[in-house]
Structure formats: C-alpha cells, structure tokens
Write a protein that binds this ligand. Structure first.
Ligand code: 0O2
Length: 209
C-alpha cells in the first residue's frame, strides 16, 4: 500500500474544504453580520487511526475508501445551537459536493453524552488522473459541545477507550451541563449579538480614525 498516494487526495480535500467553509464565515464578517460559524478546523485522520478503525470493524484495505467515512474530517464550530442548523442548511444547498448521509447526534445524543451534527459528503477532488470522488465527514457543533467532545476524546485516549465508570458518569453530567449552557445562551442570544455588534462598530470606527 502506497500511503502517500492514498492520502494525497484526502489532504487536498481537507485543504479545499477548509478554505470553502472559512469562506462562509468571512462573507458574514464582510457584511458585518452575525456569523453562524465561530471557527473551522480540518484534519486528515492519521494512518495509525485509520488502521485501528479498520481492524476494529474488519474492513479490508481495498474497502477503506468506502467504509471509513472520516479519513477527511472537517469541524465547524458554531456559537449557538440554531447556528448548527443554519450551517447544515447552507451545506445542503451547495453545488460543489453531494450529501450522502446526515447523523443528528444533537436531538439523539450518543450513549457517551456526545452531541454533534455529522454530514457525510462525497467530494470531487481534481487530480492529474481526473476527478476522484471521496468521502469526507463534516462535524458541526457548538463551542460547548466542542469543549465537551475535546475533553472526552483526551480521556478516551488516556484510558485507551476504557474510561472508568465514575469518570464516565461525570462526563455524562458534564454533557448535560454543556447542553444546558447552550440552551441558556440561546435564550439571551439577541442580547449577546447586540452587544457584539456594538463592540464591532466601536472597533471599526476606532480603526478608521
Ligand atoms: P477521531 O479520533 O475523532 O477520528 P457509526 O458506525 O456511524 O456509529 P462512525 O463511523 O465512527 O460510527 O461515525 P460516528 O459515530 O458518526 O463518529 C465519527 C466521529 O465522531 C468520531 O471519529 C469522533 O470524531 C466523533 N465522535 C463520535 N462519537 C463520539 C464520542 O462519544 N465522543 C467524542 N469525543 N467524539 C465522538 P473517531 O474515528 O471515533 O475518532
């Protein structure tokens, strides 16, 4: 297996999709509008993790491209829960890729407490051999959901997937607290956005002095 060749289109897809998704945020900023996107990150799954996932699921090498959907992974982090659905709406309308599947782990959280909205897309990458369509996963979540998932992910790594029961229970509590935080923030969303607009205008006028 030539891993460098295998990974090349995934690296390209992540780079391109990062630019495209960051472009959405930039357009809101130019228009001085509230952006439903706080930040965008992207990564190509490390080969070690691809192989570990494949082994766990009995996926042979020749089926990696179809079976491991998140070799190319993008993450869109939003200020508020409603923003997630705004971003999903925009993703659905795009003409530069197709959606294959949507997984709503917000209304239906995972057993761990994990919340996020996942969209699996088929993305065409232009290569010197022609167009190569590959799968990519876009995870859309709030800042609070991201804080929880990042910490839980670190703990999973620390305990090699075997998080002790009492830590698991605390994580579930923390997931609910994070969701409550999202709900409370949504209730004062208008106030927060007005405050941010005042702050932005003040900075803009000071910059042009
Ligand atoms: P990594 O290290 O982030 O790459 P499925 O068969 O559809 O249930 P699949 O294909 O793993 O399972 O898809 P799923 O469940 O949508 O999860 C894909 C990714 O979502 C994971 O990738 C994580 O990034 C994230 N995720 C899912 N569940 C959890 C969770 O309980 N906690 C955290 N922190 N993240 C989660 P990987 O490959 O597991 O990991």
């Amino acid at each position: 297996m030539n891993w460098e060749m295998f990974m090349a289109p995934y690296n390209q897809a992540v780079d391109e999709l990062k630019v495209k998704l960051k472009g959405i945020r930039a357009q809101y900023e130019y228009g001085s509008m509230h952006s439903p996107i706080e930040f965008v990150t992207g990564r190509v799954k490390p080969i070690k993790s691809i192989l570990a996932k494949a082994r766990k699921r009995n996926v042979p090498y020749h089926a990696l491209e179809e079976e491991i959907q998140d070799i190319a992974g993008l993450r869109v982090v939003c200020p508020f829960v409603d923003d997630i659905y705004t971003v999903v709406g925009m993703i659905r309308q795009r003409e530069d890729f197709n959606i294959l599947e949507e997984k709503d782990y917000i209304t239906k959280k995972k057993e761990s407490g994990y919340r996020s909205y996942h969209v699996i897309i088929e993305y065409p990458v232009e290569t010197i051999q022609g167009v190569k369509k590959l799968l990519a996963e876009i995870q859309i979540r709030t800042l609070a959901m991201n804080f929880w998932a990042t910490n839980e992910h670190s703990l999973n790594y620390k305990y090699s997937g075997q998080i002790p029961m009492e830590v698991k229970a605390r994580l579930k509590k923390a997931a609910e607290a994070a969701f409550q935080l999202d709900e409370e923030m949504s209730k004062i969303r208008n106030e927060i956005q007005e405050a941010q607009a005042i702050f932005r205008n003040r900075n803009d006028s000071e910059a042009t002095k």
